[in-house]
Design a protein around this ligand. Structure first.
Ligand code: AMP
Ligand code: MG
Length: 479
């Protein structure tokens, strides 16, 4: 590993240095060798991954640290939060020259643990491991993980579960909530902290006339694009609190997430979210709300005489959120549909398709795959209202009639995954792993590495939702 230890350059108020606390009976879960290679791990480091990923060893030259931050949780100010069970154990240079954080989740209590036990359970670690891998495979900005370990130590949740640790990678662990903590508890740090965020993560903004404004515009735009990408694959984050959003617009903190199966815009994946604040269709507007909260924390950075103007500039920047989201979403949907970007009726036709999926309760991923494979009869057979489907298909074929369909088909193939991480797939892998069998984790890992093409290890269940009379896997905040 080639270290670039930059977070410890910040004022020590912003973190707490401590060693990880290993679990009893630590053992290998799964390792992402390709990711380790991209992070320039040596052969010796790869051979030693279990020790690092179970907190038994640390990276020489980097003292592990827990970050402090704050946040709004479910719309309410939550005060001080922080890494209550995870430690930044290194910052390393990747082959492409980027600096990547290595964060060990489940590494024991920290000063920010509040009522928590500092641990993560095997179930949630596997879910996060596979979900980060899945989003990366889909080309969506997201954290990932080099590996995870299991253990023989039990951790109490609704039931006793096995403790586990995840070695997460991300381009940053700076959350919107970091700014909230600084404004509340250490406002004198705001200028320096913001400057560092820009230098580290948005260096191109340093040349702008107003670097802070340019930084805000970048965060807004990247967040809008990330959420548009989520909507396009049917990903629901589940807990979009401001402490779970990365300033880099990269998906972070998988808890009760889910990939939507039957198309239900008001789907609530997280059983702990009774009000549906973070339902699938609310994600774009919650992103906007979170950014609005965040932007308020930048206002103190205005020069005294220019405060009103700066507020207006930030408000204007936020106004770009919706058009950025919509442009990206519409383009992406046209790509999934195989419809031309420049045709006036393309988006309307795509919406008609989504209405069919909704009213017929069809599987989102499978239906797009059928459309791509031109299995129109099969799609029609799945519909009760065949008239509605026929109307759609007429419009769809009319729009495509004078287009280069080969090119459109190729675009469709690149934008319609065959595999997403369905809850029941993850569940089966978890149940086997709890019996010390990680082969199903490995099989899913392979499928999700290249989700757009058929894999020889595919099983029929990978392509379909559970039958509608089977109970769904309940996913809650417990992790
Ligand atoms: P989350 O909603 O999972 O992002 O967690 C919110 C906050 O609670 C974060 O500051 C976490 O570090 C902390 N937290 C969650 N679970 C635990 C746990 N088991 N032990 C200590 N802190 C936790
Ligand atoms: Mg969190």
């Amino acid at each position: 590993m080639i270290l670039n230890a930059r977070y410890p350059q910040l004022n020590p108020k912003l973190y707490h240095q401590q060693a990880p606390m290993p679990l009893q009976g630590a053992k290998a879960g799964h390792f992402n060798g390709a990711l380790a290679d991209s992070l320039q791990w040596s052969e010796a480091e790869k051979d030693n991954w279990v020790a690092l990923c179970s907190g038994q060893q640390t990276v020489e030259g980097f003292e592990p640290l827990a970050m402090v931050y704050a946040g709004h949780q479910f719309g309410q100010w939550a005060g001080q939060l922080g890494d209550g069970r995870g430690l930044l154990i290194a910052q390393v240079k990747s082959k492409t020259g980027a600096t990547i954080d290595l964060h060990l989740k489940g590494a024991g209590k920290t000063p920010y643990s509040r009522m928590g036990d500092g641990r993560a359970v095997l179930r949630s670690v596997i879910r996060e491991y596979l979900a980060g891998h899945a989003l990366n495979g889909l080309g969506i900005a997201s954290s990932n993980a080099v590996g995870f370990t299991s253990s023989t130590q039990t951790v109490q949740r609704e039931r006793a579960e096995f403790g586990a640790m995840l070695l997460r990678t991300a381009d940053s662990h700076i959350r919107l909530g970091h700014f909230e903590w600084i404004n509340q508890y250490a406002p004198e740090q705001l200028t320096d902290f913001t400057q560092k965020c820009i230098e580290w993560h948005f260096p191109e903004c340093l040349n702008a006339e107003q670097p802070v404004l340019a930084f805000a515009q970048q965060v807004i735009s990247r967040t809008a694009i990330m959420i548009a990408d989520w909507q396009l694959v049917g990903f629901a984050h589940g807990v979009m609190n401001t402490d779970n959003l990365n300033i880099t617009g990269s998906t972070l903190d998988f808890g009760p997430f889910g990939f939507m199966e039957r198309f239900r815009p008001n789907w609530i994946n997280n059983h702990s979210d009774a009000q549906g604040r973070y339902s699938f269709q609310n994600q774009p507007s919650i992103g906007h709300w979170n950014l609005w909260i965040w932007l308020n924390n930048l206002i103190p950075l205005a020069k005294a005489e220019g405060k009103e103007q700066f507020k207006q500039d930030l408000a204007a920047a936020l106004e770009q959120y919706e058009p950025t989201f919509l442009t990206h979403y519409q383009q992406g949907l046209n790509q999934k549909m195989g419809l031309p970007q420049d045709h006036a009726e393309s988006f309307d036709c795509a919406m008609q398709f989504l209405r069919i999926l909704q009213s017929e309760q069809l599987d989102y991923t499978q239906s797009f795959l059928r459309l791509q494979q031109q299995q129109y009869q099969q799609l029609r057979d799945d519909c009760l209202d065949t008239h509605q489907f026929d109307q759609f298909l007429t419009q769809y074929e009319l729009i495509r009639a004078h287009q280069d369909t080969n090119a459109l088909q190729q675009i469709m193939q690149q934008h319609n995954p065959r595999y997403i991480l369905r809850n029941h797939m993850a569940q089966r892998a978890i149940e086997a792993a709890e019996q010390d069998d990680f082969s199903e984790v490995d099989r899913l890992f392979q499928l999700l590495a290249t989700p757009f093409s058929q894999h020889p290890l595919e099983r029929a269940e990978d392509l379909a939702p559970l039958a509608s009379d089977q109970a769904e896997v309940a996913v809650s905040c417990s992790s």
